[in-house]
Design a protein around this ligand. Structure first.
Ligand code: AMP
Length: 505
């Protein structure tokens, strides 16, 4: 039997045949049969570029049906897909290219010239372009290829995907996810969330993050259901599509934005059997408002790049607001103290996990991998939690200093280093402030050398250097940063001081 996850998708797609797989915002419908043909063509195109099983294919393009077919084609031919956030700038990309050493880098045509120079400097063999309409160099190469392809034989623990995730040190690490891990996680979710052929999944998440790329997408592929593929989340558009959809997966920001729409009512949602939230904490108040408005409770689940989904509230049974539910099939969860000793229920400790969905390790970082796993094979998530006697998990905080804004992880260290490098800045601390829309808003507290330096100048300077979601929403100036006896900046004090309504910098 072939452990390639695409072999399972393929068997389901053959049965689904002309049924719709994916519908774009401009009403193009791609059937399962067309998806098979398209992935065959892209797989041949990659092979013709010399890509072999195990090679990395790095992709930084806008969300589109072709982008999704390229992802599936990479799995199909046994290479490793490496999604890159479209907001990444040259400095950020240079690190990923140097670390992952992809054979091919796929970008938007408008980025071709600068990306080619960067890729050449890092020894990437081919820079290709892909567009939604199909005019890119990779698209044209694919268009000339056959519509059938023998799906590559892989072993279950072969790597299918590398997704970069940062650490507190600000150096991103590539989480290696395997074919068997993705398949077992996907099958468990499809069953748990009751996916079937008649489902229509509203997909408004980006494709460069686990949530949009495989957590939601694989549920459709493993059940033969239809994806309504929106380029990005737009509350008005989502409202207009709800009567045709049955399931939506989103980050908490999607739900607060929907609640801001007076047109979001129970009547609009009658066709919807399930709303799922994850990637960041969903405020209990938001879920209560949601229940009042629609009569439904958003199903909250917990996952991370390193392991896909870990726990989930049930489809049928008690959805406990403020909890992320119970361990899903194939995953074990335990709460441990700082010495990796098991804690009893109702005690707060580090959340540790073990199971088939957990990553194989960090790409070419065996020491980092060893640091994050216990001696008996449990992965330390870095999240703090508490478990009830009936196995419901509540996340109470993060051991990591991570800020999650709009579902995206922002590592303060990286932003602090960029601010500290600006002229007129002595030092800085970056924190997350509770924000109804973003969950947390990135906020900088800065000690300046130049009294004339403004918050707006700092924000503008950072915008050219890093993805927008990392740029602080506001900047506060202080004469000095509060520090504890060990000299460590007391971020909790800063968080308390600056929590409050968002003001302009
Ligand atoms: P990422 O790797 O980008 O998916 O981020 C993973 C982190 O997001 C986890 O380690 C948690 O800190 C956080 N997270 C994911 N889902 C939830 C949730 N439902 N509630 C609270 N935090 C969450």
């Amino acid at each position: 039997m072939n452990a390639n996850i695409f072999a399972t998708f393929e068997a389901i797609a053959r049965e689904a045949g002309d049924a719709a797989f994916l519908e774009t915002d401009d009403s193009q419908v791609i059937s399962y049969a067309r998806m098979l043909a398209s992935t065959a063509r892209y797989a041949h195109a990659l092979v013709s570029l010399g890509v072999r099983p195990g090679d990395r294919v790095a992709v930084q393009v806008d969300k589109s049906a072709r982008n999704y077919c390229l992802y599936l084609a990479t799995l199909r031919m046994g290479a490793i897909y490496l999604p890159l956030n479209t907001a990444y700038r040259a400095d950020e990309l240079a690190y990923f290219l140097a670390d992952a050493q992809p054979r091919v880098f796929v970008c938007e045509p408008a980025d071709f010239a600068p990306r080619s120079e960067l890729a050449r400097a890092h020894g990437v063999a081919h820079v290709m372009t892909l567009t939604e309409e199909g005019g890119g160099t990779l698209d044209r190469l694919a268009d000339a290829q056959p519509e059938t392809f023998d799906t590559a034989q892989v072993a279950g623990d072969d790597v299918a995907l590398i997704i970069y995730t940062s650490g507190t040190t600000g150096r991103p690490k590539g989480a290696m996810l395997t074919h068997a891990g993705l398949l077992s996680n996907g099958l468990a979710l499809t069953k748990l969330w009751g996916f079937g052929r008649n489902d229509v999944l509203l997909h408004a998440l980006p494709l460069f993050h686990a949530h949009g790329l495989f957590i939601s997408g694989h549920c459709a592929l493993l059940s033969g259901s239809r994806l309504l593929f929106l380029k990005k989340f737009n509350a008005q558009q989502v409202l207009s599509l709800l009567p045709r959809a049955t399931v939506m997966m989103g980050v908490p920001t999607f739900y607060t934005r929907l609640l801001d729409e007076p047109g979001f009512t129970a009547a609009r949602s009658t066709n919807m059997r399930l709303f799922v939230s994850g990637s960041a904490p969903l405020l209990a108040d938001t879920n209560r408002d949601f229940q009042q408005r629609t009569g439904q409770i958003v199903l909250e689940r917990y996952g991370m790049t390193e392991s896909a989904i870990i726990t989930s509230n049930p489809l049928v049974g008690e959805r406990r607001i403020g909890c992320v539910g119970q361990a899903i099939d194939g995953v074990e969860v335990r709460i441990a103290d700082d010495h990796d000793q098991l804690l009893p229920v109702d005690r707060i400790g580090g959340i540790q996990i073990r199971g088939s969905g957990v990553m194989k390790g960090y790409w070419r970082k065996p020491e980092k991998t060893a640091e994050e796993f216990t001696a008996d094979g449990w992965f330390r998530t870095g999240d703090q939690g508490i478990r009830s006697s009936d196995g419901y998990l509540t996340i109470v905080g993060r051991a990591k200093d991570l800020v999650i804004s709009g579902g995206y992880n922002v590592y303060p260290k990286e932003v602090e280093m960029a601010i500290d490098a600006l002229a007129g800045v002595a030092e800085s601390a970056v924190i997350g402030i509770p924000d109804r829309d973003f969950g947390e808003a990135v906020t900088a507290v800065v000690v300046r050398q130049d009294p004339g330096l403004t918050g707006e100048q700092i924000i503008q300077a950072l915008k050219g250097r890093m993805a927008n979601y990392k740029v602080p929403k506001q900047v506060h100036f202080v004469p000095e940063l509060p520090r504890n006896a060990m000299g460590k900046v007391m971020k909790s004090t800063l968080r308390e001081t600056y929590a409050g309504p968002l003001t302009l910098a």
